[in-house]
Design a protein around this ligand. Structure first.
Ligand code: SF4
Ligand code: SF4
Length: 445
């Protein structure tokens, strides 16, 4: 089979083609970052209930040791990313905005990279239920940015049958390349993770979807799966937001998820490649999730790259280590389309943080004025969810938030930012929609 056979030309409707800026880091191998003197582990780094501390102030902890337990099914435990002593358990700044209860670890000088807590096991002997429990015990959440506990995704609602695992290797956000590097450098761990996901969900096959700007990854993985009857690799056209679950399922399988429904309603479970690489590594060793690969990039960074970073590493330490040009004008956590701009550098790297884009001050002020909507419909043509962002934006300015949800499908918007990107009037549409959803949620509570 030639590379041409790996292309799937079908794609979702609409979307945009922003410049990808990936050349800065795509060719750079993953490098390990040393431990910061202090690590800050928020107890809520995932969707669902925050974890409950298992340790006390002054207690010694070893690298890999569980330090907080899951608080219910939709929750995950935390593990010590380095050996040290619990300095405190207190409210600390977090990237989510409000301060978050966190375990602060003072790392021992010369703390070893060796993981001290593990219990190797034979995954082949485990039942699907045991796999789901073991995945929860790793503390694994979606590493693509959603932070949804992975074990919950592995147990779809009883009324749904999953026949296909979709492996999301699109990495469609500009700048980010951590998943690209993982596909090139850890193909065996990825395949091991996919097999675990197949067994846990009961699916009969897996398809790895990769955007066609990463043909080296397509080649590496298609060679690797040649002997795997249940796993396919497909290249999909490069287009943002190809990596959104709904878009990728439509491109690969021609299945459309009804509004408000889960991928499992159309027989699919979707996992990000970074998540499955970690599952493939952690489950056989019985380790917890204590580090992740983070793309640190942008014109404000002297040594852009993909770094293996202990969870809890303060961003200030990370930026000092890779040489951020002072002053930092803008720091975006995640990619520029769906990530969030943060003002404080004293927040820690969390499990779901896939990247950091650092921009220097612009040579000329780029603060463009917001102007009136000119009804050009560019936003309508860009929206992959077939919404009308122009009308939604107008309603937002009139604070008609409930009408936006009731009559104009506000809740189908997954905040991809395509509409804002194309708007010639510089209307911050996606920001309006975030505010509208938050206010509706508050009113409903
Ligand atoms: S942010 Fe929402 S409304 Fe705007 S293009 Fe994306 S899905 Fe559509
Ligand atoms: S892209 Fe901007 S100016 Fe054009 S219709 Fe949409 S909101 Fe109006």
């Amino acid at each position: 089979m030639g590379l041409r056979d790996l292309f799937r030309r079908h794609t979702f409707e609409h979307g945009i083609h922003p410049p990808d800026h990936k050349a800065l880091t795509a060719g750079l191998s993953i490098r390990r970052l040393p431990f910061a003197p202090y690590l800050v582990i928020p107890l809520s780094q995932h969707a669902g209930a925050p974890a409950t501390p298992l340790v006390k102030k002054g207690q010694d902890v070893a690298r890999g040791e569980p330090i907080a337990e899951a608080n219910g099914f939709v929750s995950v435990p935390m593990h010590a990313p380095a050996s040290g002593v619990v300095d405190d358990i207190r409210l600390m700044p977090s990237a989510r905005g409000p301060k978050s209860l966190s375990i602060v670890i003072r790392v021992y000088e010369g703390s070893p990279q060796r993981v001290e807590y593990e219990s190797p096991r034979n995954v082949d002997d485990m039942t699907p239920e045991q796999i789901v429990e073991a995945v929860q015990a790793t503390g694994m959440v979606g590493l693509g940015g959603a932070a949804f506990p992975t074990h919950v995704k592995m147990r779809p609602p009883k009324e749904h049958t999953v026949d296909t695992v979709v492996v999301n290797g699109c990495e469609c956000e500009p700048y980010l390349t951590c998943d690209h590097r993982l596909m090139l450098e850890k193909p065996d761990e990825l395949i091991a993770g996919i097999k675990i996901a197949l067994r846990a969900t009961g699916a009969k096959r897996a398809v790895i979807g990769i955007e066609d700007n990463k043909m080296d990854a397509v080649e590496v993985l298609s060679a690797r799966v040649r002997s795997e009857a249940l796993i396919d690799v497909q290249a999909v056209p490069t287009k943002y937001p190809q990596g959104a679950e709904k878009m990728l399922i439509e491109s690969l399988l021609h299945r459309r998820i009804p509004p408000g429904s889960l991928p499992s309603s159309v027989g699919v479970s979707v996992f990000n490649v970074g998540t499955l690489v970690q599952i493939g590594e952690l489950l056989p060793t019985g380790r917890g999730l204590i580090e992740r690969v983070v793309t640190v990039t942008g014109a404000g960074i002297r040594q852009p790259g993909n770094y293996l970073v202990p969870v809890g590493t303060p961003i200030r330490y990370l930026l000092e280590h890779v040489g951020a040009n002072e002053p930092v004008h803008e720091l975006i956590l995640g990619g520029p389309m769906m990530g969030m701009s943060v003002a404080a550098l004293d927040v820690p790297v969390t499990k779901a943080m896939s990247g950091m884009v650092v921009l220097p001050p612009p040579k000329q002020s780029k603060q463009l004025p917001v102007m009136a909507c000119i009804r050009c419909a560019y936003c309508v043509e860009a929206c992959p969810m077939h919404l009308n962002p122009s009308t939604l934006g107008l309603l937002a300015t009139k604070r008609e938030y409930q009408k936006m949800a009731a009559d104009f499908h506000l809740n189908d918007c997954f905040e991809c930012g395509c509409c804002t990107y194309v708007c010639p009037s510089n209307i911050p549409l996606v920001q309006y929609f975030r505010i509208a959803k938050a206010i509706n949620r508050e009113r409903a509570a």
